[in-house]
Design a protein around this ligand. Structure first.
Ligand code: NAP
Length: 533
């Protein structure tokens, strides 16, 4: 029986994979990272579409593990752009000498657990096979793109592109007739930028959504100095908060306990500050329908004021879900863009896109739109897409696809029973996409590497989760989700955007602080619910 030729294989060199590599090396283990792109950064490597930027503030969307890193890195804006984030992750890769263990342009196609040898046999797109004692998936929650298959798509004579596959050197859309399909976070960021250059821009909107102004701004020296001075205090706040952001809990517990004038004043203050924190104006916005409705009405009125043509405003305001039931969008000049003469909003809820033609696109009412470029801002197969794109087989050849055929879940979102020694960073059952994801990534990587250290110290070579513990955890995840507004409407959050995918919220909504405390307690109690040998 040959020995595994590597201690740990890590899938992906985004924020999760880079930090996992750094920590695993710190344990004295050998590691190999496979990355399908030709550079680091994950989401921030792939999403190069015009306007791409993070909607979490730069001072929260960064690693906290290295004081030197946080002191030497200088953010330039409140909400960092894709190029700035890509530079950040490249800096991290260089600073911690990570590249020598990363194989780029290499996809993991299959990972099969060899029960006899107690290792994972990982096969890559380059035909190589590696045997590893442990496998860590850092494949990401939003990395498997979703492009609807429209009839006739292959006949189109112009260009078609998904936003997450925007070319590295950019694309000049000057003077083009551009159609954008999709008005989620991505579409809302791309549309204002494309509108500035395109001759004509058609936005094909199926579901309008709430969006809050970003109020982005450059960071001056004074702000940067204060940030650097306060980082450690902020990290403590992050750990206490339910979302992994360095913000305090809202002071006002309910919108309903205020008179109208006070409520409006507070909403105006939050609106003026902008950003995702708006949803936290009152503590019960996500749990109380009336509080939510009052907050949502305020946003509707604001949107109405921004759009000059009443019919267009009406189309943008046909929002069919509570505020926050879909991921809240943060925008820059989105609604104002519809006041431009070269921009047309097309309602494809009433008249779905029926066909892509050689010249453009035709909707169900028979209207044709001549286009040079079709931009698919149509999102991702979230949470599980990247994991299930690989052929992962556990004990007895059980396929992860089969295990999750009726819904995904893993104990603590970390280990799926029957798949020993496979850790999933931000896997289903963890807060993942319902948090400041870089905070959740660090928390998971720290927990996983502490667990590996424990196993090494105690001569343990296998960890699996107990099926009963896993089932109970998944039950709790669903129970908490049932009490929240989150996911009360179809979207990628519920898996509804992918044909055939089981519907339901798979992420933990009980708060990142509660979740981390549970993970720590379980570790302290000898990894209760896990089976180690
Ligand atoms: P998304 O939220 O899933 O939006 C996809 C859009 O495409 C929706 O408007 C959807 O309409 C539309 N669509 C899909 N299929 C369609 C069809 N056949 N016909 C017409 N319209 C169709 O995807 P996303 O905008 O890429 O965002 C996904 C997530 O990525 C975000 O929620 C966020 O977590 C993350 N993200 C973050 C940032 C940031 O940090 N700033 C930026 C971008 C993305 P329906 O709603 O009707 O399905």
């Amino acid at each position: 029986m040959t020995e595994p030729n590597c201690d740990v294989v890590i899938i992906g060199a985004g924020a999760a994979g880079l930090y996992a590599l750094h920590r695993v090396r710190g344990l004295g283990l050998s590691a190999k990272v496979f990355e399908k792109g030709d550079g680091v950064g994950g989401t921030w490597y792939w999403n190069r579409y015009p306007g791409a930027r993070c909607d979490v503030e730069s001072w929260d969307y960064c690693y906290t593990f290295s004081e030197e890193l946080e002191q030497e890195w200088e953010w330039t804006e409140r909400f960092p752009t894709q190029p700035e984030l890509e530079r950040y992750f490249n800096h991290v890769a260089d600073r911690f000498d990570l590249r020598r263990d990363i194989e780029f342009d290499t996809r993991v196609e299959q990972a099969r657990f060899d029960d006899d040898r107690n290792c994972w046999i990982v096969r890559t797109s380059k035909g190589a096979t590696v045997a590893a004692r442990f496998l860590i998936s850092a494949a990401g929650c939003l990395s498997e793109v979703s492009t609807p298959r429209f009839k006739g798509a292959n006949t189109f004579e112009g260009q078609q592109i998904h936003t997450a596959r925007w070319p590295k050197g950019g694309m000049d859309v000057t003077g083009m007739r551009v159609g954008v399909i999709g008005t989620g976070s991505t579409g809302v960021q791309a549309i204002p930028q494309l509108a500035k250059l395109a001759a004509q821009l058609f936005v094909f909107q199926r579901t309008p959504q709430f969006a809050i102004p970003a109020r982005n701004r450059p960071l001056d020296d004074d702000t940067l100095e204060k940030l650097k001075h306060n980082y450690r205090e902020r990290w403590a706040l992050k750990r206490e908060s339910p979302t992994g952001m360095g913000r305090r809990r809202p002071k006002v517990s309910s919108a309903l306990e205020l008179d109208e004038a006070t409520r409006t004043r507070l909403l105006e203050n939050s609106w003026a500050l902008g950003g995702p924190g708006f949803a936290r104006t009152f503590d019960d916005v996500m749990t109380d329908a009336e509080s939510n409705q009052l907050t949502a009405q305020f946003v509707r009125d604001k949107i109405k004021d921004k759009v000059e043509v009443p019919d267009v405003a009406e189309s943008l305001l046909e929002i069919d879900h509570p505020l926050g039931a879909r991921r809240l969008i943060v925008e820059i000049d989105y609604f104002e863009t519809y006041n431009r003469p070269n921009v047309t909003l097309v309602d494809v809820a009433a008249n779905p896109i029926e066909e892509i033609t050689p010249q453009g696109l035709r909707t169900a009412d028979g209207f044709s739109y001549d286009l040079d470029l079709i931009v698919y801002a149509t999102g991702f197969d979230g949470m599980t897409g990247a994991l299930l794109a690989m052929d992962i087989q556990g004990i007895g050849g059980l396929a992860l696809r089969d295990k999750w055929a009726n819904g995904a879940g893993a104990y603590l979102g970390l280990v799926a029973s029957g798949f020993p020694n496979l850790f999933m960073i931000t896997g289903p059952g963890s807060p993942a996409v319902y948090s400041n994801v870089i905070f959740s990534i660090e928390q998971h990587v720290d927990w996983i590497t502490d667990c590996l250290a424990h196993m090494l110290d105690h001569d343990l070579d296998r960890i699996d989760s107990d099926p009963e513990a896993e089932a109970e955890w998944t039950r709790q995840v669903h129970e908490i989700a049932a009490q929240s507004i989150v996911g009360k409407t179809d979207s990628w959050w519920t898996g509804a955007n992918i044909d055939g995918k089981p519907k339901g919220v798979t992420f933990y909504l009980g708060g990142t602080n509660t979740y981390a405390a549970i993970c720590d307690q379980i570790a302290a109690q000898g990894y209760e619910g896990f089976v180690m040998r």
